[in-house]
Design a protein around this ligand. Structure first.
Ligand code: E4P
Length: 225
């Protein structure tokens, strides 16, 4: 499972890249608004930092298919061909996906709450389909199960589309999808920083260091012995 950062704050992205094995960055219009910066200014900075080959996902904001296609062309022109264009999984979006897929544009179908949206997006040519785990949970359904069902639908129908699970609020949701082997998950910085935050882990490491320093002297490590 690829692990992707769902954020547009360059300082957070830099920090996560330094400490965690991640595979790219996803954004949406709300995330861009939270950055407080102009869209292409911040997106170009992210692209330059992660490199031309890394996955960057950027969403169209037009409501109709023709406008979505125009948005997609501009996104690719500004950020490179390796940019995944996120398209909402609604009828206008399916129309745009079919046209863009025909052009060879990489596509992430987004705003997915139901398996049927994902199935239609996959048939329309989406490379990824992004179910919103936590938002589905908040509606009283099981977001993880929806994502697993979508993964199964793709495999059972010979579709190459991968699940890109989104909207996580905790590491348990992420772990379940990791165990199931979905293609990718995109996770906000606060959830990433909490993935291995656990007193038992830090306490075990503190004990090892205290025992070792008791043997060789305070502040000494293996290189000093
Ligand atoms: C991804 O495609 C979505 O834009 C995003 O992950 C939604 O996350 P949220 O529900 O935390 O806003």
């Amino acid at each position: 499972m690829k692990l992707i950062i769902d954020d547009a704050h360059i300082d957070q992205i830099r920090k996560i890249y330094e400490y965690y094995p991640v595979d790219g960055v996803t954004t949406n219009p709300t995330i861009l608004a939270k950055s407080g910066r102009q869209p292409y200014e911040v997106l170009k900075e992210i692209r330059e930092f992660i490199g031309a080959k890394a996955e960057l996902h950027v969403q169209v904001t037009a409501r109709e298919a023709e406008g979505m296609v125009e948005d997609a062309h501009r996104i690719i022109q500004e950020l490179g061909k390796n940019t995944f264009v996120k398209i909402p999984s609604v009828p206008e979006g399916f129309k745009a996906m079919m046209a863009l897929h025909h052009e060879g544009v990489k596509l992430t179908a987004t705003a997915i709450y139901t398996p049927m949206q994902a199935f239609l997006a996959a048939k329309a040519g989406a490379d990824y389909a992004a179910p919103y785990i936590n938002r589905i949970d908040n509606m009283g359904y099981n977001g993880v199960k929806v994502a697993k069902d979508i993964h199964d639908i793709f495999r059972n129908n010979g579709l190459q589309t991968e699940v890109l699970a989104a909207s996580f609020k905790n590491s348990q949701q992420l772990l379940e999808l990791c165990e199931y082997g979905v293609g990718a998950s995109t996770v906000s910085p606060d959830v990433i920083f909490a993935l291995v935050k656990n007193k038992a882990i830090t306490s075990a490491i503190d004990d090892f260091i205290a025992d070792f320093e008791g043997l060789v002297g305070a502040g000494k490590t293996m290189k000093d012995c």
